[in-house]
Design a binder for this molecule. Sequence first.
Ligand code: S3P
Length: 171
Amino acid sequence: MKNVILIGFMGVGKGSVAREVIKNSSYMAIDTDDLIESMENRKIKSIFEDEGEAYFRKLEKNVAKWLESSVKNTLISTGGGFYKQTNLKNVGIIVLLDSPFDEIIKRIKAHPNAAKKLKKRPLLADLKKAKKLYDERRPEYLKLADIVIDVTKKSADECSKELLKKVKKHG
Ligand code: S3P
């Protein structure tokens, strides 16, 4: 079983889909933001505030190297900027969760914990800037992905089933 790497914009549902995939399969799962928070013993928001974004990206690089050398049979959910790591193709099959920007924001706002979800993501604080980032990244996400799943108006369970089907077919 190859690793599966979930990429996509903040709030698109990588965490929720990962949780469903582990329910419906024998994959183990890890999350790059969770790993970084454990390594640093502080939240992503604090890392951005205390050290700046460049420091955070260095931590992501260390995680990417470790994934390549040491992780197998695992579903890896990533932060929205993790796709920039240049060794991802060596880590596993890359699956993009895709949705229009407005749908992603609608999805976050509909969540019972919406305020918390927005607050913990420094790059979503300004929606105009976030939209610009989305527009820059989307073509890059699409270029990198081996598999694309349009998650718009689908449940995490539906997305997880589609993912497992497409990964199986991809081999
Ligand atoms: C980021 C996305 C976040 C987190 C950090 C930076 C990004 O993860 O890694 O705030 O650059 O898009 P989520 O995609 O889980 O929100």
